[in-house]
Ligand binder design. Structure first.
Ligand code: NAP
Length: 339
Protein backbone atom coordinates (compact mmCIF):
# COMPACT_ATOMS: atom_id res chain seq x y z
CA UNK A 1 0.00 0.00 0.00
CA UNK A 2 1.31 3.46 -0.91
CA UNK A 3 2.58 5.87 1.70
CA UNK A 4 0.17 8.82 1.71
CA UNK A 5 -0.58 11.72 4.01
CA UNK A 6 -4.24 10.71 4.26
CA UNK A 7 -3.60 7.21 5.58
CA UNK A 8 0.02 6.72 6.75
CA UNK A 9 0.76 7.47 10.38
CA UNK A 10 4.34 8.57 11.09
CA UNK A 11 6.32 7.96 14.28
CA UNK A 12 9.47 9.89 15.20
CA UNK A 13 12.02 8.94 17.87
CA UNK A 14 14.75 11.48 18.72
CA UNK A 15 13.90 15.17 18.57
CA UNK A 16 17.32 16.77 19.10
CA UNK A 17 19.11 19.28 16.86
CA UNK A 18 18.47 17.30 13.67
CA UNK A 19 15.43 15.18 14.50
CA UNK A 20 13.44 18.11 15.91
CA UNK A 21 13.88 20.18 12.75
CA UNK A 22 13.26 17.22 10.42
CA UNK A 23 10.09 16.10 12.21
CA UNK A 24 8.85 19.70 12.07
CA UNK A 25 9.24 19.67 8.29
CA UNK A 26 7.06 16.54 8.09
CA UNK A 27 4.36 18.21 10.22
CA UNK A 28 4.50 21.33 8.05
CA UNK A 29 4.13 19.15 4.96
CA UNK A 30 0.93 17.69 6.40
CA UNK A 31 1.96 14.29 7.86
CA UNK A 32 0.42 13.07 11.14
CA UNK A 33 3.20 12.55 13.69
CA UNK A 34 3.59 10.76 17.01
CA UNK A 35 6.90 11.53 18.70
CA UNK A 36 9.07 10.64 21.65
CA UNK A 37 12.43 11.77 22.98
CA UNK A 38 14.46 10.97 26.10
CA UNK A 39 14.06 14.58 27.24
CA UNK A 40 10.45 15.59 26.66
CA UNK A 41 11.18 19.34 26.69
CA UNK A 42 13.01 19.03 23.36
CA UNK A 43 9.80 17.76 21.71
CA UNK A 44 7.71 20.71 22.91
CA UNK A 45 7.80 22.73 19.62
CA UNK A 46 6.57 19.62 17.78
CA UNK A 47 3.75 19.05 20.27
CA UNK A 48 2.74 22.70 19.91
CA UNK A 49 2.69 22.18 16.14
CA UNK A 50 0.25 19.27 16.48
CA UNK A 51 2.33 16.13 17.09
CA UNK A 52 1.12 13.53 19.61
CA UNK A 53 3.45 12.57 22.47
CA UNK A 54 4.09 8.96 23.54
CA UNK A 55 6.38 8.03 26.41
CA UNK A 56 8.45 5.24 24.76
CA UNK A 57 9.65 4.20 21.27
CA UNK A 58 7.43 1.08 21.49
CA UNK A 59 4.32 3.12 22.23
CA UNK A 60 5.16 5.45 19.31
CA UNK A 61 5.45 2.41 17.03
CA UNK A 62 2.15 0.95 18.24
CA UNK A 63 0.31 3.93 16.76
CA UNK A 64 2.44 4.38 13.60
CA UNK A 65 2.97 2.77 10.18
CA UNK A 66 6.40 4.25 9.46
CA UNK A 67 8.78 5.05 12.33
CA UNK A 68 11.86 7.25 11.91
CA UNK A 69 14.77 7.25 14.35
CA UNK A 70 17.24 10.14 14.71
CA UNK A 71 19.10 9.43 17.94
CA UNK A 72 22.78 9.90 18.84
CA UNK A 73 24.86 6.72 18.81
CA UNK A 74 24.66 3.14 17.49
CA UNK A 75 23.91 2.00 21.07
CA UNK A 76 20.89 4.35 21.12
CA UNK A 77 19.72 3.01 17.74
CA UNK A 78 20.03 -0.56 18.97
CA UNK A 79 18.05 0.25 22.09
CA UNK A 80 15.19 2.16 20.47
CA UNK A 81 14.74 -0.28 17.57
CA UNK A 82 15.79 -3.75 18.77
CA UNK A 83 15.13 -3.82 22.54
CA UNK A 84 12.18 -5.98 23.69
CA UNK A 85 10.28 -2.73 24.34
CA UNK A 86 11.57 -1.08 21.14
CA UNK A 87 10.16 -0.07 17.77
CA UNK A 88 10.12 -3.51 16.10
CA UNK A 89 8.11 -4.90 19.02
CA UNK A 90 5.69 -1.97 18.80
CA UNK A 91 5.24 -2.17 15.02
CA UNK A 92 4.26 -5.82 15.34
CA UNK A 93 1.54 -4.99 17.85
CA UNK A 94 -0.22 -2.23 15.96
CA UNK A 95 -3.56 -2.73 14.18
CA UNK A 96 -3.16 -1.69 10.50
CA UNK A 97 -3.27 -3.07 6.96
CA UNK A 98 -0.10 -1.19 5.98
CA UNK A 99 3.22 -3.06 5.93
CA UNK A 100 5.17 -1.40 8.74
CA UNK A 101 8.50 0.30 8.14
CA UNK A 102 11.40 1.55 10.26
CA UNK A 103 13.81 4.14 8.85
CA UNK A 104 16.98 4.92 10.81
CA UNK A 105 18.43 8.34 9.91
CA UNK A 106 21.03 8.40 12.71
CA UNK A 107 24.65 8.24 11.58
CA UNK A 108 25.31 4.70 12.78
CA UNK A 109 27.27 1.58 11.93
CA UNK A 110 26.69 -0.26 8.64
CA UNK A 111 26.93 -3.58 10.51
CA UNK A 112 24.11 -2.56 12.86
CA UNK A 113 22.01 -1.42 9.87
CA UNK A 114 22.32 -4.93 8.42
CA UNK A 115 21.34 -6.54 11.74
CA UNK A 116 18.28 -4.28 12.01
CA UNK A 117 17.32 -5.09 8.42
CA UNK A 118 17.50 -8.84 9.04
CA UNK A 119 15.55 -8.70 12.30
CA UNK A 120 12.93 -6.41 10.75
CA UNK A 121 12.40 -8.40 7.57
CA UNK A 122 12.13 -11.66 9.57
CA UNK A 123 9.30 -10.02 11.49
CA UNK A 124 7.51 -8.78 8.35
CA UNK A 125 8.74 -5.19 8.73
CA UNK A 126 10.48 -3.11 6.04
CA UNK A 127 13.72 -1.36 7.06
CA UNK A 128 15.93 1.34 5.55
CA UNK A 129 19.12 3.02 6.74
CA UNK A 130 18.98 6.66 5.61
CA UNK A 131 21.60 8.89 7.25
CA UNK A 132 21.83 12.52 6.18
CA UNK A 133 24.27 15.30 5.43
CA UNK A 134 23.65 19.05 5.38
CA UNK A 135 23.85 19.94 9.06
CA UNK A 136 21.46 21.82 11.28
CA UNK A 137 20.86 24.34 8.49
CA UNK A 138 19.90 21.62 5.98
CA UNK A 139 17.62 19.96 8.55
CA UNK A 140 15.74 23.22 9.18
CA UNK A 141 15.51 24.16 5.50
CA UNK A 142 14.58 20.67 4.29
CA UNK A 143 17.61 20.61 1.99
CA UNK A 144 19.40 17.55 3.40
CA UNK A 145 21.24 14.99 1.31
CA UNK A 146 19.75 11.58 2.21
CA UNK A 147 21.77 8.39 1.60
CA UNK A 148 19.58 5.31 1.54
CA UNK A 149 20.32 1.60 1.96
CA UNK A 150 17.88 -1.35 1.97
CA UNK A 151 15.50 -2.81 -0.60
CA UNK A 152 15.02 -0.56 -3.62
CA UNK A 153 11.25 -1.12 -3.74
CA UNK A 154 10.97 -0.03 -0.12
CA UNK A 155 13.08 3.04 -0.90
CA UNK A 156 10.65 3.92 -3.72
CA UNK A 157 7.73 3.54 -1.29
CA UNK A 158 9.37 5.85 1.26
CA UNK A 159 10.35 8.54 -1.26
CA UNK A 160 7.40 10.91 -0.59
CA UNK A 161 8.60 11.18 3.00
CA UNK A 162 12.24 11.72 2.04
CA UNK A 163 11.18 14.46 -0.39
CA UNK A 164 9.76 16.45 2.52
CA UNK A 165 13.06 16.15 4.41
CA UNK A 166 15.74 16.68 1.80
CA UNK A 167 16.71 17.77 -1.70
CA UNK A 168 19.27 15.15 -2.73
CA UNK A 169 17.93 11.65 -2.21
CA UNK A 170 20.07 8.78 -3.49
CA UNK A 171 19.63 5.00 -3.21
CA UNK A 172 22.99 3.30 -2.62
CA UNK A 173 22.18 -0.43 -2.45
CA UNK A 174 21.46 -3.14 0.11
CA UNK A 175 21.11 -2.62 3.87
CA UNK A 176 24.09 -0.74 5.34
CA UNK A 177 24.96 1.01 2.05
CA UNK A 178 23.39 4.28 3.19
CA UNK A 179 25.63 4.24 6.27
CA UNK A 180 28.68 3.42 4.12
CA UNK A 181 27.87 6.41 1.86
CA UNK A 182 27.62 8.57 4.98
CA UNK A 183 31.07 7.34 6.07
CA UNK A 184 32.42 8.55 2.71
CA UNK A 185 30.86 11.92 3.55
CA UNK A 186 32.47 11.97 7.02
CA UNK A 187 35.91 11.06 5.63
CA UNK A 188 35.60 14.06 3.30
CA UNK A 189 34.48 16.33 6.14
CA UNK A 190 37.43 15.28 8.30
CA UNK A 191 39.71 16.52 5.52
CA UNK A 192 37.90 19.81 4.97
CA UNK A 193 37.62 20.57 8.71
CA UNK A 194 41.32 19.92 9.29
CA UNK A 195 42.15 22.00 6.21
CA UNK A 196 39.96 24.87 7.38
CA UNK A 197 41.61 24.91 10.81
CA UNK A 198 45.18 24.79 9.51
CA UNK A 199 44.47 27.39 6.80
CA UNK A 200 42.95 29.88 9.24
CA UNK A 201 45.83 29.41 11.67
CA UNK A 202 48.31 30.03 8.86
CA UNK A 203 46.42 33.17 7.80
CA UNK A 204 46.50 34.54 11.35
CA UNK A 205 50.19 33.74 11.80
CA UNK A 206 51.12 35.84 8.77
CA UNK A 207 48.91 38.76 9.74
CA UNK A 208 46.37 38.32 6.93
CA UNK A 209 42.81 39.50 7.48
CA UNK A 210 40.89 36.19 7.66
CA UNK A 211 37.68 37.76 6.32
CA UNK A 212 39.56 38.82 3.18
CA UNK A 213 41.25 35.44 2.94
CA UNK A 214 37.86 33.69 3.09
CA UNK A 215 36.53 36.03 0.40
CA UNK A 216 39.44 34.97 -1.82
CA UNK A 217 39.47 31.22 -1.23
CA UNK A 218 35.88 30.17 -0.44
CA UNK A 219 34.58 30.25 -3.98
CA UNK A 220 37.62 28.86 -5.78
CA UNK A 221 39.04 25.36 -6.03
CA UNK A 222 39.64 25.29 -2.25
CA UNK A 223 36.00 25.99 -1.42
CA UNK A 224 34.02 23.63 0.82
CA UNK A 225 30.88 23.56 2.96
CA UNK A 226 33.10 23.68 6.05
CA UNK A 227 34.83 26.81 4.82
CA UNK A 228 31.66 28.63 3.72
CA UNK A 229 29.48 27.71 6.70
CA UNK A 230 31.78 27.05 9.64
CA UNK A 231 34.80 29.35 9.12
CA UNK A 232 32.56 32.46 9.52
CA UNK A 233 31.26 30.98 12.82
CA UNK A 234 34.86 30.45 13.94
CA UNK A 235 35.72 34.08 13.19
CA UNK A 236 32.72 35.22 15.26
CA UNK A 237 34.01 33.07 18.14
CA UNK A 238 30.85 30.95 17.80
CA UNK A 239 31.52 27.35 18.81
CA UNK A 240 27.90 26.36 19.43
CA UNK A 241 26.74 23.11 17.78
CA UNK A 242 25.67 22.49 14.82
CA UNK A 243 27.29 19.16 14.80
CA UNK A 244 28.72 17.94 18.12
CA UNK A 245 32.44 17.12 18.43
CA UNK A 246 31.51 13.87 20.21
CA UNK A 247 29.23 12.78 17.36
CA UNK A 248 31.97 13.44 14.80
CA UNK A 249 34.41 11.33 16.83
CA UNK A 250 31.76 8.57 16.83
CA UNK A 251 31.51 8.81 13.02
CA UNK A 252 35.28 8.82 12.43
CA UNK A 253 35.55 5.81 14.76
CA UNK A 254 32.96 3.90 12.71
CA UNK A 255 34.71 4.80 9.44
CA UNK A 256 38.14 3.78 10.79
CA UNK A 257 36.72 0.51 12.11
CA UNK A 258 34.98 -0.35 8.84
CA UNK A 259 38.08 0.64 6.84
CA UNK A 260 40.31 -1.45 9.12
CA UNK A 261 38.02 -4.45 8.70
CA UNK A 262 38.50 -4.12 4.92
CA UNK A 263 42.30 -3.77 5.24
CA UNK A 264 42.34 -0.02 4.46
CA UNK A 265 44.53 2.54 6.23
CA UNK A 266 43.26 6.14 6.22
CA UNK A 267 46.08 8.21 7.78
CA UNK A 268 44.51 11.69 7.39
CA UNK A 269 41.27 10.50 8.97
CA UNK A 270 43.18 8.85 11.83
CA UNK A 271 45.17 12.04 12.54
CA UNK A 272 42.08 14.25 12.42
CA UNK A 273 40.26 11.86 14.75
CA UNK A 274 43.19 12.03 17.21
CA UNK A 275 43.03 15.86 17.18
CA UNK A 276 39.30 15.78 17.87
CA UNK A 277 39.85 13.35 20.75
CA UNK A 278 42.33 15.81 22.29
CA UNK A 279 39.72 18.53 21.88
CA UNK A 280 37.10 16.37 23.61
CA UNK A 281 39.51 15.62 26.47
CA UNK A 282 39.77 19.39 26.99
CA UNK A 283 36.03 19.71 27.55
CA UNK A 284 34.71 20.43 24.04
CA UNK A 285 32.57 17.28 23.52
CA UNK A 286 29.36 19.27 23.12
CA UNK A 287 30.83 22.14 21.13
CA UNK A 288 30.40 22.29 17.35
CA UNK A 289 32.97 20.59 15.12
CA UNK A 290 34.37 24.02 14.13
CA UNK A 291 36.12 23.97 17.54
CA UNK A 292 38.85 21.91 15.82
CA UNK A 293 40.64 25.27 15.37
CA UNK A 294 41.32 25.22 19.12
CA UNK A 295 43.03 21.82 18.91
CA UNK A 296 45.16 22.86 15.93
CA UNK A 297 46.14 26.09 17.73
CA UNK A 298 47.08 24.15 20.89
CA UNK A 299 49.10 21.71 18.81
CA UNK A 300 51.18 24.82 18.01
CA UNK A 301 51.13 25.95 21.65
CA UNK A 302 48.82 28.83 20.81
CA UNK A 303 45.40 29.78 22.23
CA UNK A 304 42.71 30.33 19.63
CA UNK A 305 40.94 33.03 21.61
CA UNK A 306 44.17 35.07 21.81
CA UNK A 307 44.44 34.95 18.03
CA UNK A 308 40.84 36.12 17.61
CA UNK A 309 41.25 38.82 20.25
CA UNK A 310 44.45 40.01 18.59
CA UNK A 311 42.68 40.21 15.24
CA UNK A 312 39.71 42.12 16.71
CA UNK A 313 42.16 44.55 18.35
CA UNK A 314 44.10 44.97 15.12
CA UNK A 315 40.85 45.84 13.35
CA UNK A 316 40.05 48.49 15.94
CA UNK A 317 43.51 49.89 16.59
CA UNK A 318 45.05 49.07 13.20
CA UNK A 319 47.78 47.29 15.14
CA UNK A 320 49.73 44.44 13.59
CA UNK A 321 49.84 40.99 15.18
CA UNK A 322 53.08 40.37 17.08
CA UNK A 323 55.71 38.20 15.39
CA UNK A 324 55.17 35.42 17.96
CA UNK A 325 52.06 34.93 20.02
CA UNK A 326 52.40 33.33 23.42
CA UNK A 327 49.72 31.14 24.96
CA UNK A 328 48.13 31.47 28.39
CA UNK A 329 49.91 28.24 29.32
CA UNK A 330 53.22 29.71 28.13
CA UNK A 331 52.86 32.69 30.39
CA UNK A 332 52.04 30.37 33.32
CA UNK A 333 54.74 27.81 32.58
CA UNK A 334 57.73 29.15 30.67
CA UNK A 335 59.57 25.86 31.04
CA UNK A 336 57.35 23.64 28.89
CA UNK A 337 59.27 22.15 26.01
CA UNK A 338 57.96 22.48 22.45
CA UNK A 339 56.48 19.34 20.78
P1 NAP B 1 21.16 15.34 19.41
O1 NAP B 1 20.75 16.77 19.42
O2 NAP B 1 21.92 14.79 20.59
O3 NAP B 1 19.84 14.46 19.17
C1 NAP B 1 19.71 13.11 19.49
C2 NAP B 1 18.39 12.96 20.22
O4 NAP B 1 18.11 11.59 20.41
C3 NAP B 1 18.44 13.63 21.59
O5 NAP B 1 17.35 14.52 21.71
C4 NAP B 1 18.34 12.45 22.54
O6 NAP B 1 17.64 12.70 23.73
C5 NAP B 1 17.57 11.44 21.71
N1 NAP B 1 17.78 10.08 22.19
C6 NAP B 1 18.95 9.42 22.33
N2 NAP B 1 18.73 8.19 22.82
C7 NAP B 1 17.40 8.08 22.97
C8 NAP B 1 16.54 7.06 23.46
N3 NAP B 1 17.04 5.90 23.90
N4 NAP B 1 15.21 7.30 23.50
C9 NAP B 1 14.70 8.46 23.09
N5 NAP B 1 15.46 9.48 22.63
C10 NAP B 1 16.78 9.28 22.57
O7 NAP B 1 22.03 15.03 18.12
P2 NAP B 1 21.83 15.57 16.62
O8 NAP B 1 22.81 16.64 16.33
O9 NAP B 1 20.38 15.79 16.35
O10 NAP B 1 22.35 14.29 15.81
C11 NAP B 1 21.55 13.12 15.68
C12 NAP B 1 22.28 12.13 14.76
O11 NAP B 1 22.43 12.72 13.47
C13 NAP B 1 23.68 11.75 15.23
O12 NAP B 1 23.95 10.41 14.93
C14 NAP B 1 24.59 12.67 14.41
O13 NAP B 1 25.87 12.11 14.24
C15 NAP B 1 23.81 12.75 13.11
N6 NAP B 1 24.00 13.98 12.30
C16 NAP B 1 24.10 15.19 12.89
C17 NAP B 1 24.26 16.33 12.10
C18 NAP B 1 24.37 17.70 12.72
O14 NAP B 1 24.83 18.62 12.01
N7 NAP B 1 23.95 17.91 13.95
C19 NAP B 1 24.32 16.21 10.71
C20 NAP B 1 24.18 14.96 10.13
C21 NAP B 1 24.02 13.84 10.94
P3 NAP B 1 18.11 13.85 24.79
O15 NAP B 1 17.40 15.08 24.30
O16 NAP B 1 17.65 13.38 26.12
O17 NAP B 1 19.61 13.94 24.67
Amino acid sequence: MAIEKSQTRIGWVGTGVMGGAMAMNLIRAGWQLTVTNRTKAKARPLLEAGAIWESTPMRVAMRSDVVFTMVGYPADVEQVILAPDGILAGLNRRPSDQVPMVIDMTTSSPALARTIYERAVNGGIDALDAPVSGGDVGARNGTLSIMVGGDELVYELAKPLFQDLGKTIVYHGSAGSGQHAKMVNQILIAGTMAGMAEALLYAFRFGLDPDRVLASVSTGAAGSWSLSNLAPRVLRGDFAPGFYVEHFIKDMGIALEEAGRAGLKLPILAETCALYKQLMAQGSAREGTQAIVKAVARYNRLEWKNLINGWQLSKVDKLKLPETISTEEDSQDENNSKE
